[in-house]
Design a protein around this ligand. Structure first.
Ligand code: NAD
Length: 250
């Protein structure tokens, strides 16, 4: 098993990509903190993946909650090796001037400020342990090849990409690696908001026609990339923005 003995925190693991990542990590031998703002969803996932997985409810845009997620790994598993900053949200696909201020603030708080709080919580722990670590930010193709309709969401992912690259350099002396995965559209709780219209085979076909490999992303695609960035086989990889996009941004 590729993550045997590692302790991991996955945010937004109560559904979508995060659930797929948490399940795969547990299957590879990791002990996983399943963190989500939806307490029932976190409990459901943790209970079903087993492997001693722990559920914790919290909002990644709040410092105290983020510290509690990291503390759960330390208290229950004796330390932290891998942190996946996956929780994210978006506004509906619509003209940029139609997005109200409260929505703009929420998208930036969940997608960007969460990274600030996660670093404040996790980096001191990783430094004190002195054995490095792997931080994986779930970004988006939207941060590499942005398109209209998701202007403010795209901006958050551009921020995630830039933060990933500079954090990787700043944390390299501690052997703490920081990478981002940039998925293309997948079928999750956010799909209809990204599409800006009801999900249907016709709408999916339109999106899929822009993806050279001809399909949407799946949680397993994202989880496979996360396993590699979490395991020791990627020990020389840091500061990378890895598209998992079937060639969409090529
Ligand atoms: N689905 C896609 O097409 C797609 C494409 C590219 C990138 N992404 C990114 O993937 C990540 C996961 O999204 P998803 O598509 O799986 O969405 P999703 O809505 O299916 O899952 C997100 C999970 O995060 C949780 N969450 C939301 N806000 C939270 C908060 N403040 N604190 C803690 N947990 C919170 C939700 O309860 C949910 O369980 C996001 O960062 C998203 O931007 C998604």
């Amino acid at each position: 098993m590729r993550l045997q003995g590692k302790s991991a925190v996955v945010t937004g693991a109560g559904g979508g990509f995060g659930e797929g990542i948490a399940r795969r990590f547990a299957a590879e031998g990791a002990r996983v903190v399943v963190a989500d703002i939806d307490a029932a969803a976190a409990r459901r996932v943790a209970a079903s993946i087993g492997g001693g997985a722990v559920a914790i409810a919290g909002d990644v845009s709040k410092g105290d909650d983020m510290r509690a997620m990291i503390a759960a790994a330390v208290d229950r598993f004796g330390g932290l090796d891998v942190l996946v900053n996956n929780a994210g949200t978006t506004h509906r696909n619509q003209p940029m001037l139609d997005v109200d201020e409260a929505t703009f603030d929420r998208v930036y708080a969940v997608n960007v400020k969460s990274i600030y709080w996660s670093m404040q919580a996790a980096v001191p722990v990783l430094r004190a342990q002195g054995r490095g670590g792997s931080i994986i930010n779930i970004s988006s193709t939207a941060g590499i090849r942005p398109r209209p309709g998701l202007v403010w969401y795209n901006g958050t992912k551009g921020a995630v990409n830039t933060m990933t690259q500079c954090m990787a350099i700043e944390l390299a002396p501690d052997n703490i690696r920081v990478n981002a995965i940039c998925p293309v559209l997948g079928a999750t709780g956010l799909t209809e908001l990204f599409m800006g219209q009801p999900d249907s085979p016709e709408v999916r076909q339109k999106f899929m026609s822009t993806i050279p490999l001809g399909r949407m992303s799946q949680p397993s695609d994202i989880a496979n990339a996360c396993v590699w960035l979490a395991e020791d086989a990627s020990s020389f990889i840091t500061g990378v923005l890895l598209p998992v996009d079937g060639g969409r941004t090529a």
